[in-house]
Design a protein around this ligand. Structure first.
Ligand code: AKG
Ligand code: FE2
Length: 364
């Protein structure tokens, strides 16, 4: 019998939504409840293919998590920050540089954003297998709820989206489900993330950039929409556009692994985080994310048998023989992000770190 009472945690009070007129990205809204019928599935697959091949981002709604469950997860998301002392945090640090893994804490000021300015972002990451690592005391009683939420993201959000992405390539619908198995070792994780307001001086020196333009490393990312704006995507016309908040929606985007699998059909779109608009200055920005990665041993090669890829022509980033596994790609990119020196290679582009001959790019 599941327990009827849940552990008490401090209530997180979200900021009021912004009223400022901003240049918003026009993103498709995908109704996941339509995935339950065969006709609905085929129609959604086309909608998702168009969204991910053109813009790389869309909203998913009607996923099945209630507003009340969503609010509870936000309360839980703040626990690693509001209920764990700095000293205890030190014993649960992620081994980012040496192991290329985010499991555990990433504390503030680890990354260099620009010149002498360090980041003000703190995150706590829990692998899909919540037993992979120990957790701070305050988090332990919450693990059954966190585990249930991870499974919800995996089976009710990611698997349907991975089926839609496979159908969009005219591949058997379980093609990507097969290499994103819950029980296989991989770096899929939930992230609780808190951005703290910064000084005027840091804002000026970084031109208000809180997190540099980047692509995500894995296959698909779910960003649970929250009211404090800041996320922007680089549109095909070269402009940064804001992503609007929609209550209890999920902002979904494809990452590098999906771009590789699809031979360039699906876009790992560049996105960044900037200072929120004026009416939200001073609020912390607390977010919940599910970063879905293919199983560690998956080779990042295109599914060239896809009739869609055959019609379109495949764009390879690596020769198939030289393609990295997900584990290699993740370690190469994670251990370098914000830690290695960047070299300017274009008007807005900086590069570093090479994984099997490919440079990772960051955008300003
Ligand atoms: O905070 C956000 O909205 C996006 C964060 C992000 O892009 C990332 O952690 O990869
Ligand atoms: Fe990202």
């Amino acid at each position: 019998m599941p327990s009827l009472t849940v552990p008490a945690v401090p209530k997180f009070i979200p900021a009021p939504p912004s009223q400022e007129p901003l240049d918003y990205a026009d993103l498709a809204i995908v109704d996941l409840s339509n995935a339950n019928t065969p006709g609905g599935l085929a129609e959604l697959a086309l909608q998702v293919r168009n969204a991910v091949s053109e813009i790389g981002f869309f909203y998913a709604v009607n996923h099945g998590l209630t507003q009340a469950e969503n609010e509870r997860i936000l309360d839980i998301a703040d626990v690693p920050f509001n209920s764990v002392k700095d000293e205890e945090k030190q014993t649960y640090l992620a081994n980012i540089k040496d192991q290329g893994s985010y499991q555990g804490y990433k504390l503030r000021s680890l990354w260099t954003i620009d010149a002498d300015v360090r980041d003000q972002v703190e995150h706590y990451n829990i692998n899909k297998d919540v037993t992979r690592k120990e957790h701070p005391k305050a988090i332990r009683p919450l693990l059954p709820e966190i585990d249930a939420f991870i499974r919800f993201n995996h089976f009710n959000v990611m698997h349907p989206i991975l089926r839609l992405l496979a159908l969009g390539m005219e591949l058997p619908e379980d093609t990507f489900v097969a290499n994103h198995q819950f029980s296989v070792k991989g770096e899929t994780y939930i992230r609780f993330m808190k951005y703290y307001p910064r000084s005027e001086d840091d804002e000026a020196k970084t031109k208000n950039v809180w997190m540099k333009g980047h692509t995500d490393i894995g296959s698909v990312t779910a960003l649970w929409s929250q009211p404090v704006l800041g996320l922007q995507i680089l549109s095909p016309d070269g402009k940064w556009r804001w992503v609007k908040h929609i209550e209890n929606a999920i902002i979904v985007n494809a990452g590098d692994a999906m771009e590789f699998f699809s031979g360039g059909l699906y876009k790992a779109t560049i996105h960044r985080v900037v200072q929120p608009p004026k009416d939200q200055h001073g609020y912390p920005r607390l977010g919940v994310f599910y970063f879905c990665h293919p199983d560690d041993n998956t080779k990042l090669v295109p599914y060239a048998e896809s009739p869609v890829i055959q019609r379109m022509g495949v764009r390879r980033r690596f020769e198939d023989d030289n393609a990295p596994t997900m584990e290699m790609w993740r370690k190469g990119r994670t251990s370098a992000y914000g830690l290695k020196e960047l070299h300017k290679t274009g008007e807005r582009v900086e590069e570093h770190d090479i994984v099997n001959g490919i440079a990772a790019k960051y955008y300003i």
